[in-house]
Design a protein around this ligand. Structure first.
Ligand SMILES: Nc1ncnc2c1ncn2[C@@H]1O[C@H](COP(=O)(O)OP(=O)(O)OP(=O)(O)O)[C@@H](O)[C@H]1O
Ligand SMILES: [Mg+2]
Length: 264
């Protein structure tokens, strides 16, 4: 069976204007965060992005999920340019690409309980018709991501980092995403908790056939999670391939260094 491509990044480039003329507004200086990136993300598969700090990993993730526009190039969602989607299709695309970040507490409003935070997108997207129905879906999902229901009535600051990341995964899953951009999702967690979260993500992928972009500076973690790996350096993809091939037979010195530093 032919695999379906959820997202294609077609020659995307991102320039940030870092200096403008104070009167004319003319661009005087720009910084190229992503030079020219092209890749596909297949249904049910993980594309890992690895590279040192500032290499452009998060920028790519944000562009794929529509949080930022590329300066040049295009994002295709199931083969369709997102610039040409109808309002309804665009909303479906934005809902279908969810995010999990390094700091789950930072991505949750501290003034709301977990149940409210997780219900909100369900009500906004009209997946649940009222609060009661939303709460039922939230309960089921909390169970699925391995959380005790007592977490529900707590505030993000009252639960552990690992629990909060599970809640963030639940929030992402509740709207039935096709792709989750996982941006350093375990970098702030203890080693033992890291493994639990990584295994949970893998289990959910098998069950739900979702795709991931898995971003990390840790090539060991990326290797564990990914089908294919993109290695980024200074805004460019310098090496790519099936995960095992990139790890066992790296071609670029930069990749070799990343591997050495991870496994030393
Ligand atoms: N809004 C912005 N304006 C100017 N430069 C920016 C902006 N956002 C990001 N950059 C720069 O673009 C480059 C790429 O940033 P990005 O966040 O994508 O890197 P990263 O690989 O995710 O790094 P990290 O591992 O530290 O998260 C960095 O040098 C960053 O300073
Ligand atoms: Mg980043």
């Amino acid at each position: 069976m032919e695999s379906k491509i959820v997202i294609s990044a077609v020659n995307i480039r991102k320039e940030y204007v870092t200096k403008k003329h104070f009167l004319t507004g003319k661009v005087k200086e720009k910084y190229v965060a992503v030079k020219c990136a092209a890749f596909d993300i297949e249904e049910g598969k993980t594309v890992g992005i690895v590279g040192e700090s500032g290499s452009g990993k998060s920028t790519i993730g944000e562009i794929v999920g529509g949080l930022q526009e590329p300066t040049y190039g295009n994002i295709l969602y199931f083969g369709k340019n997102i610039k040409e989607l109808s309002d309804e299709e665009y909303q479906d695309y934005r809902k279908s690409v969810q995010f999990i970040f390094q700091d789950p507490k930072g991505s949750m409003d501290p003034n709301y309980r977990i149940v409210d935070i997780l219900s909100m997108p369900l009500l906004t997207a009209k997946i649940a018709k009222d609060k009661k129905e939303a709460e039922k879906l939230v309960d089921d999902m909390l169970f699925r991501v391995g959380l005790d229901l007592s977490v529900k009535n707590k505030y993000p600051t009252e639960i552990s980092g690992g629990q909060c990341q599970r809640a963030a995964i639940a929030r992402a899953l509740l709207v039935n995403p096709k792709l989750i951009v996982c941006d350093e999702p375990v970098s702030a967690l203890d080693i033992s908790v890291q493994a639990q979260i990584l295994n949970l993500l893998r289990e959910l992928q098998r069950e739900l056939n979702i795709s991931y972009i898995f971003i990390s500076h840790d090539i060991g973690v990326v290797n564990y999670m990914s089908d294919t790996i993109l290695v980024m350096q200074n805004g460019a993809i310098v090496e790519r391939g099936p995960a095992k091939e990139v790890i066992l037979h790296p071609k670029e010195n930069y990749t070799k260094k990343l591997i050495e530093s991870a496994f030393m």
